[in-house]
Ligand binder design. Sequence first.
Ligand SMILES: [Zn+2]
Length: 1080
Amino acid sequence: MSGKSSAWLAILLALICFICNANSRSIQQPASGSQCGYQSCHPTKPNMLNVHLVAHTHDDVGWLKTVDQYYYGSETRIQKAGVQYIIDSVVEALLRDPEKRFIYVESAFFFKWWKEQTPKVQDAVKMLVEQGRLEFIGGAWSMNDEATTHYQSVIDQFAWGLRLLNDTFGECGRPRVGWQIDPFGHSREMASMFAQMGFDGMFFGRLDYQDKDERLMTKNAEMIWHGSANLGEQSDLFSGALYNNYQAPDGFCFDVLCSDTPIIDGKHSPDNNVKEKVDAFLDFAETQSKYYRTNNVIITMGGDFTYQAAQIYYKNLDKLIRYANERQANGSNINLLYSTPSCYLKSLHDAGITWPTKSDDFFPYASDPHAYWTGYFTSRPTLKRFERDGNHFLQVCKQLSALAPKKANEFDPHLNFMRETLGIMQHHDAITGTEKEKVALDYAKRLSVSFKACEATTRNVLNQLSVPASQQQSGKYVLEFKNCPLLNITSCPVSESNDRFSLTLYNPLGHVVSEYIRIPVSGSEYKIIDNKGVELATQVVPVPGTVNNIKHRASTAKYELVFRATNIPALGYRSYYIEKSESSRKTLKPQATPKATSSVTFIGNENIKLGFDTNGFLSEVTADGLTRLVTQDFLFYEGAVGNNAEFLNRSSGAYIFRPNENKIDFSSDHVEIEVYKGDLVEEVHQKFNDWISQVVRVYKKDSFAEFEWLVGPIPIDDNIGKEVITRFSSDIESDGVFYTDSNGREMIKRKLNHRDTWDVKINEEVAGNYYPITTKIDLEDDTARMAILTDRAQGGSSLKDGSLELMVHRRLLRDDAFGVGEALNETEYGEGLIARGKHHLFFGLSKDREGVSLKSLERLVQLEKLLPTWKFFSNVENYTAEEWRTSFTNTFSGVSLVLPKPVHLLTLEPWHENQLLVRFEHFLENGEDAMYSKPVQFNVKNVLSSFNVESMRETTLDGNAWLDETQRLQFAPDSEAAAFNTYGTFPQEADSVQLLRADKPLLEVKYSDEALPAGQLGAESNRIKREINPSLYNMYDARKSKLSDEDIDMSLYADSDSKDYIVELSPMEIRTFIVYLSEA
Ligand SMILES: [Zn+2]
């Protein structure tokens, strides 16, 4: 793209994205005289039951309609929902009456609305925010999913949403409470992140129906959640399960979208229903209060896209409050008030009581005995992978924007657009795959445009860094630095059609890396020269026939050119010159061994060896001196089909995984294989059937194996939906125990048919044991250990000892009746969708391994696979190798000192003017490695020496509040005795607990009538003993070093000026800083 067209793109993006005129204000103090925060809460009455009415709207950032269709309110036939009208109408209602309150959650919508307002309206809204009448809650770009999202992306989308709130409203715009009312289950890492962002608490809607029943019956629905097994009290978060999901009580949805009767108070009206309505509402509130601990209850008055005509809801709420509270004169002890979740939380805090604790998570989520929401862990596998690519390139774009010697005006709009797009992708109906097909395509299109925007920036910066100033011409780039977005199907026009091209590998990690690189090429002879003029060893491997046969894959690549790129600088790049040649001594030709073998076929190296039996299946693995039986196969479940009229007839769908009778089919009993061995990589190409194939490879220097699978189009001509898994089986005696990651960070222990906090009854043996795998699943016994890394979120489990399975793709023919209204039947070019991806298999000693532990090796590879080098291609037809080498700067590093091994430079991005936002993360857990699971220290000034660092200051995890000024509300845990006695019995009056509505609101399917008699699901406490920490906690205690004396590197302290820049990290700790740069 020329400079001209990138300027055009900048203008376009300036129109679409918000706040491009980066406000140079940083973290703000409250405006003087502002009344926001807890002081703006309406007073409660100490001797009464206080009913906190929370007027709210749940605005999905895309689901049945696209983001823009929701915002503008188009496509009303699909859903009557227009977010612009909601905010217009709520603001008007709030301005009319200072008593009223409203909360708003999704920054993606709010700021779209905000930039369309006149300064007068903006001033009025600022006033509402400063008086606490309009309160932001959650505040991220979207209400992110918690199962399929990666922590890096969650942190990013909070940082951006909270920053715009801070830039616009200052301290009063800062949310205090997390509001995860709709995501389908809740991760422990999310709780930890909220805590580290300084949130006081979080409320959520969806948890397993049995867990909810149990928690309500034992008054444990509000709790202190220990968000981390490593970080201690700084990760504790007060969390509350809402009583009625996020709906209004039945009969009290007064919204224009609802059909409930309004409150009719005409004195002589024959329809006067004041008594009846108030009776019913107070009854609801009283019932709810029996399940909670204080004399406060929260009642959500709203739902999906409610308040498009706010006065209708508010008028009826006014009447409800007035008539209910009038009864206080006659002895009623119930007090209704306009409130917000944070005001409710403050009341809970001020009650001064103790709370139960929790240390596991809320997965999987089941809404009834046959509806386990574990299908969405895998739904839309290609969108899930595309999102991960998006995160990868966003980090590259951030870093290069920060490293640019000269900033261009369009950098900020480009970067903001990609930040916002990735924020949208985290939404609980985006990355989850639970949106309509058309909406999924809209997400993919947005993401693709954002790649182009950031590509314009990276091209500019890389040209600045590699082309000498004398050769740079304004408005024209010397080198192309193109992305090849179709590398996932081994296709790249630049490398296929040019006889000479350069490859620039940009390394976004704070470590020097070496990596095996694969490039699609049309010929079989190539010469690769590095920046020093050294010719590298190469190998070519044929593109598998099954990849060549992908329809609509317009590629001439017959081979993949493989080489090992070594010592790629941290936060920098190294470039290579690649030339097609008649013959090169260094290119190794493929050697296919005979297809039919009568003995075991081996591939591998001295670290790991894989054996394949005569049927072509993996049969054994040798590593760390252990040889064990390990098999791998593809199988599929048949998706259950039903009319969804009752629980038993539930279909498998976009949300729900429900295999038909838990039956599983093998994809084949014989695998065709081809074997290719060279000096760099050894590969087995497997073909299982017409729609499943795989390449298993081991690179020369790796100690793990790569499984690149290709699945689809999943056939449906037998009218059976299929859910395809890969299964690795071993003889490891795992005893029903396995481990899964939480959003890509800490591992959580799982046990078959078990939940940590209640005695679960699982009615769907397979689906009810599925967990979200964002990056890793593993199991072990005393001797051996097996772990698999994924390249995107997938559902997974261990249903048999020693066996791990991951669902890679699913194609279904029925809707599961949770609102999306479509079968998950993805197609492209008129055929079923094809998905391709990678698993990395680790195998070896579970303990006492020589050198580093397998766990720490897995952590390092996990990072290198998440953020590998980014490939930029340029046509260099006009340069000989020598000309190329002497004309350009072919290597660069943005950091001068590499970080200690267990430290990941999680974030480096331009923030406000002359500021960087930087995060450092210790990426090992306690006990994962004898050497690396230790606290470490380093000096930030040395690391960032290529920047003119003036000073730095630590913030909360989101980067928008000073850590030393942040206070959180503290909650005290139950004493051990209280946990078992005080709340273990339940008052007699409660006959039943309503099984709450499982469906999305405003849709036809309703299960709210299902009630279970008290006790059926555990009215007697069968609660499992929890660990209780009796001490109060405060995350902001002055930091004490956890390093032992001999581990402190005194040289870091040598220079007194540098002391302020020393950072210490304990296992799993993330620290966030604003770094001030001196003005250029
Ligand atoms: Zn939602």
